[in-house]
Write a protein that binds this ligand. Structure first.
Ligand code: SF4
Ligand code: SF4
Length: 58
């Protein structure tokens, strides 16, 4: 998964959307724990800035 830091406004919506709590907002960036991610795609859909992408998501 990729987070485009030039688009992200640190709203935190993706953090709250993740059912397995594997997205973390640190002081300067979004961190996604890829090992815990179930590829549900919720974070990608919820992001108002279109900042999250993944090659498996269409
Ligand atoms: S795709 Fe789903 S499980 Fe993976 S980081 Fe996004 S919300 Fe969490
Ligand atoms: S939902 Fe999008 S804009 Fe908001 S913190 Fe997550 S990646 Fe950044």
């Amino acid at each position: 998964m990729k987070v485009d830091t030039s688009k992200c406004n640190y709203c935190g919506a993706c953090v709250g959307s993740c059912p397995v709590n594997c997205i973390f907002l640190d002081e300067t960036r979004i961190v996604i724990d890829e090992n815990s991610c179930t590829k549900c795609g919720f974070c990608i859909r919820v992001c108002p800035m279109g900042a999250i992408s993944a090659e498996w998501f269409e």
